[in-house]
Design a protein. Structure first.
Length: 176
């Protein structure tokens, strides 16, 4: 399966980032998006709680000699900031929503770094799964979370083939 189109559309922005800091692929699963970045020479940290998914990522990294490492972590432990001592040039997140994590995500991106995030909205309930409101963004919720950042790209609506309701954002963390 190819990398997400939002990621490919903004690949040029990511390739210009400081490579001394990695990009975090949040809740990466088998890493298709982060692996695309690694193929372009960007160091990636693949974070997920699934040991088997991360083993698949490790096999790809080793086989293809790609820059990256895996990090087995449960991102949803209440009251814990998993990024308290980490700093990333960018964080990418696709099809994952855990609202309490957003303040930590915002802090973990270096000044001038990027967030590229895409997940389902409440409108997705008309198309099937996911349909639990706990895992669906409310109208303009993603945009509001990053309203004080430089928003480079934003979309919220219905995409076709297959039908799905998504919110997408690409934003740069402000500062000197």
């Amino acid at each position: 399966m190819p990398a997400a189109s939002l990621l490919l559309k903004h690949l040029g922005l990511l390739t210009k980032l400081d490579r001394s800091l990695p990009i975090l692929d949040l809740a990466c699963g088998e890493g298709r998006n982060g692996l695309e970045l690694a193929r372009h020479g960007m160091p990636v940290v693949f974070a997920d709680r699934s040991v088997s998914a991360l083993k698949t990522v490790e096999q790809h990294l080793a086989r293809d000699g790609l820059p990256g490492r895996t990090w087995q972590i449960d991102l949803e432990i209440e009251g814990v900031n998993p990024f308290s001592s980490d700093c990333y040039s960018a964080i990418i997140g696709f099809r994952y929503l855990h609202r309490p994590l957003f303040p930590a995500l915002r802090n973990a991106i270096k000044t001038g770094g990027l967030i590229i995030y895409e997940t389902f909205t409440l409108e997705n309930q008309e198309f099937g799964r996911p349909n639990n409101p706990d895992f669906l963004l409310k109208p303009n919720e993603l945009k509001t979370l990053f309203q004080d950042w430089e928003v480079i790209d934003y979309f919220e609506g219905i995409l076709k083939n297959p039908d799905r309701a998504l919110a997408q954002i690409v934003a740069r963390k402000p500062g000197s």
